[in-house]
Design a protein around this ligand. Structure first.
Ligand code: NDP
Length: 435
């Protein structure tokens, strides 16, 4: 805490991981001797920079850019770029820290990093977004590269933003390489990357409920928060697997549709018109809109998939979900449940899949995009989707088995932290301490 004053999200993420590692530390004194715990909580490098740009009225605006290169023990830094007014050093550090373990869990050779800016793309014109992205990349391009650090999308950064950033990188560096993932299909993007986090979340959840409760999505009522990239494709896959998704949200409020969300309407509003979820009730009969996003957790459901942002489920919301009979919760967003909420779920015997494991499908598919860029080939949708499914299934089993091995059977939070940690820790140990 003294080293990272005021960084509450970062400290929250570190505490959760370190608590899970207590049995590992007891069993593996060699890792403590190699100083792994002290080293892993310190980013290898943090870059903070000024991002000036000119708005449509000719006025100069200044935002702050971040890139945290947290850990490169098992591969080049990899992690998204978040564009949201709440972005600060603490948020980027928590995301970068979690990314180390998530990336390790995918089984692919990628290290952990994260970046972003306090720029808010909402309400900005395409021209403003482009000028911001170009200015952001003008500095960032000095620090990244296809074999060094490969950023991707996150909140506020979709195909449009990645396109502008890629264009600027190419212009400055005069090289066409896989320096970013989440690219458009015509210039090196991977099929199924758009769907990957949401689909992957459902593959993980399916495996979790099958193996631990002999259940499936079929006939289950599902509540999903958010209405961005992760929420939309989680809705698509959950519906395809037989679930009925009855609610979605944004930071203003949520919609409840007892007949099951009509995803074509949502895609039109969010992906084409860049509108608000509220608009849904003007187009679909029988749906209701409620102001305030946390009310979504009072809706009765069997499975809850938080896919908006950090700390969106607190203790009270968790209790409401449990009282309404939820039997499984899996995190599509990063750290959407507070530590108190996680305790409520675990004490009530609710199956709980943590973000690091459950939402790793996005970054896994980004790594598959890197592979395709390296060999200058494109794989089919089916090929990528099959690999994604296989990766998510393995993540569940590896986490489950790690928890069991360390006497914590059924605790998927501990399992994900332990399994993700061990691979990175061993790599750090064998690579020696750099003087
Ligand atoms: P998008 O920008 O596409 O969508 C974000 C959604 O969450 C929007 O509906 C947004 O509503 C809502 N939201 C954002 N901030 C808040 C807030 N403070 N309070 C309430 N709602 C909020 O982002 P993604 O779907 O890509 O990301 C969602 C989550 O998933 C994030 O935690 C992200 O880190 C995580 N994630 C994303 C991956 C990806 O591949 N995209 C991969 C792994 C994790 P509004 O429009 O009102 O802001």
């Amino acid at each position: 805490e003294k080293r990272n004053p005021g960084e509450k999200e970062f400290l929250q993420a570190v505490y959760e991981v370190l608590e899970s590692l207590i049995p590992v530390v007891e069993k593996r004194p060699d890792l403590v001797e190699a100083g792994i715990i002290d080293r892993i909580v310190e980013p290898e490098r943090q870059i903070i920079f000024r991002v000036p740009w000119v708005d449509d009225n000719g006025k100069v605006q200044v935002n702050r850019g971040f890139r945290v290169q947290f850990n490169s023990a098992i591969g080049p830094y990899k992690g998204g770029i978040r564009l949201h007014p709440s972005v600060c050093a603490s948020v980027i550090k928590f995301l970068g820290f979690e990314q180390i373990f998530k990336n390790s869990l995918t089984g692919l050779p990628i290290g952990g990093g994260k970046g972003g800016s306090d720029f808010d793309p909402k309400g900005k014109s395409d021209g403003e977004v482009m000028r911001f992205c170009q200015s952001f990349m003008t500095e960032l391009c000095k620090h990244i590269g296809a074999d060094t650090d490969v950023p991707a999308g996150d909140i506020g950064t979709g195909a449009r933003e990645i396109g502008y950033m890629f264009g600027q990188y190419k212009r400055i560096r005069n090289e066409f390489t896989g320096v970013l993932t989440g690219k458009g299909l015509s210039y090196g993007g991977s099929l199924a990357r758009t769907e990957a986090t949401g689909y992957g979340l459902c593959y993980y959840t399916s495996e979790m409920i099958k193996c631990m409760k002999n259940e499936t999505f079929a006939g289950k009522t599902v509540v999903i928060s958010g209405s961005g990239n992760v929420a939309i494709y989680a809705t698509e896959k959950a519906t395809e697997l037989g679930g009925k998704v009855v609610a979605l949200s944004d930071s203003n409020g949520y919609v409840y549709d007892p007949n099951g969300i009509n995803l074509d309407v949502v895609k039109q509003i969010k992906e084409v018109e860049r509108g608000r979820i509220k608009e849904y009730v003007n187009r679909v009969q029988g749906a209701e809109y409620h102001e305030g996003c946390s009310g979504i957790w009072t809706i009765k459901c069997d499975i809850a998939l938080p896919c908006a942002t950090q700390n969106e489920i607190n203790e009270e919301s968790a209790k409401a979900l449990v009282a309404n009979g939820v039997f499984a919760v899996a995190e599509g967003a990063n750290m959407p449940s507070t530590p108190e909420a996680i305790a409520v779920f675990q004490n009530a015997g609710v199956l709980f899949g943590p973000a690091k494991a459950a939402n790793a499908g996005g970054v896994a598919t980004s790594a598959l995009e890197m592979s395709q860029n390296s060999e200058r080939l494109s794989w089919t949708f089916e090929e990528v989707d099959a690999k994604l499914k296989n990766i998510m299934t393995n993540i569940f089993h590896n986490s489950y088995n790690a928890a069991k091995e360390y006497g914590l059977e059924g605790n998927l939070v501990a399992g994900a932290n332990i399994a993700g940690f061990l691979k990175v820790a061993d790599a750090m140990k064998w690579q020696g301490i750099a003087y």
